[in-house]
Design a protein around this ligand. Structure first.
Ligand SMILES: [Zn+2]
Length: 376
């Protein structure tokens, strides 16, 4: 059975051709044939909406071999093309209003499209599109592929900033207590370091601009509420900004950042980045699922914050050619970060930028010394 994207690719040219064919064969005036086609198109869209999610859940079952995934990506739709086109082809069935401003009690889709997509979930066309901010078009760039321009801006990787006693189990290793985070940030400010966001770093890489000396990036993965409760006031005190990488399906869930909090963080100059829709390993996902994890999550964040994310963080840092291919078609995304790594920060390597993992045992002065090694 053809995948929904393939069906769409076949159906759209057919629909365009139908008025001419019908007027020729049935000898109807061309305008009347167009009306008939319009009705047919509505029926076709309704059928696709009913069948699409079923097809998607089938393709999502079980791991797909990497080679097959790569083939599917090659045959898949260009999301930037889809997004930059007008709302045509989108079914605005979201329960949100057209404005990116949420209502007083925001309703976030409860189903994750990874398991059982539903019309209320925010997933990309050809399933159901988000009622959201218009996607950005491709950004101009002065042929950065040809420019041997690189930066050495340390990117710090955090997950949880909260007291140890509030966490148990395997997550403990991801927790940095607020007083340790505060000491780390304070030591960096005293040493003359200042923050830029991942979005700013992406802009600088694209444009070949050197940020001010001793610039660094703070990233907080997973979109937990402690990023607002504990990390945000500490960052504010130091006049620092951060990039919050949030999981699309987890926004507004218990213990996670709410839409209001995301808007407050963004309004204060922080960046809200994309950390996928489901936070599952993306390496073996089929092409349509990768579109949901990249485009779908970005669209969801744009709906809540009003701006499309510029930056992406791979779940658990795992990536591969098919993932990067999907990401490169996601409107707005300039860069992606991994965990650890040592590749240079260049535009050609923008989808594999390395990070420094910071833990509760990272001594503030050791961190400063490690960061100073990035200086020329
Ligand atoms: Zn994560």
């Amino acid at each position: 059975m053809a995948l929904p994207v393939e069906r769409a690719a076949i159906t759209i040219p057919l629909v365009r051709e139908l008025p001419r064919v019908i007027s020729k064969r049935v000898r109807l005036p061309r305008r009347r044939a167009s009306v008939a086609v319009a009705i047919l198109a509505v029926v076709a869209v309704a059928t696709a909406a009913a069948v699409g999610p079923l097809a998607m859940s089938r393709t999502a079952e079980g791991p797909t071999p990497a080679a097959g995934t790569a083939d599917l990506v090659g045959a898949g739709p260009s999301t930037s093309g889809t997004a930059s086109a007008s709302p045509t082809g989108f079914d605005y069935a979201s329960d949100r209003s057209a404005s990116p401003q949420p209502t007083a009690s925001p309703t976030v889709p409860t189903q994750t499209p990874t398991a059982e997509p539903s019309p209320s979930a925010c997933v990309p066309a050809p399933y159901v599109a988000c009622d959201t901010t218009e996607a950005p078009t491709a950004l101009p760039s002065a042929d950065p592929e040809a420019t041997p321009f690189g930066l050495r801006v340390p990117i710090l990787e955090y997950h949880r900033v909260k007291p140890f006693e509030t966490e148990t189990g395997y997550q403990v290793g991801l927790v940095v207590p607020p007083e340790v985070f505060a000491a780390q940030m304070d030591a960096l400010r005293v040493a003359g370091w200042q923050t830029i966001t991942m979005g700013q770093l992406g802009d600088d890489l694209r444009s070949g601009i050197e940020p001010v000396p001793k610039s660094f990036v703070v990233t907080l993965d997973d979109g937990y509420e402690d990023g607002y409760t504990y990390a945000y006031p500490i960052l504010q005190k130091e006049l620092f900004l951060a990039t919050y990488f949030v999981i699309g399906s987890q926004i507004d869930k218990p213990g996670r950042l709410t839409v209001d909090e995301l808007q407050t963080l963004f309004g204060a100059g922080n960046e809200i980045g994309n950390h996928s829709m489901s936070h599952e390993d993306m390496r073996y996902m089929p092409a349509d699922r990768l579109v949901t994890e990249t485009f779908g999550a970005s669209a969801m964040i744009a709906r809540d914050v009003g701006v499309w994310p510029q930056s992406f963080s791979y779940p658990a840092g795992f990536t591969g050619p098919a993932v990067i291919s999907a990401l490169s078609k996601c409107p707005g995304i300039e860069t992606a970060v991994i965990q650890g790594g040592s590749k240079p920060e260049t535009w050609p390597n923008r989808f594999g930028l390395p990070r420094i993992r910071v833990g509760p045992g990272t001594n503030p002065q050791d961190l400063v010394e490690r960061m100073n090694r990035y200086l020329p």
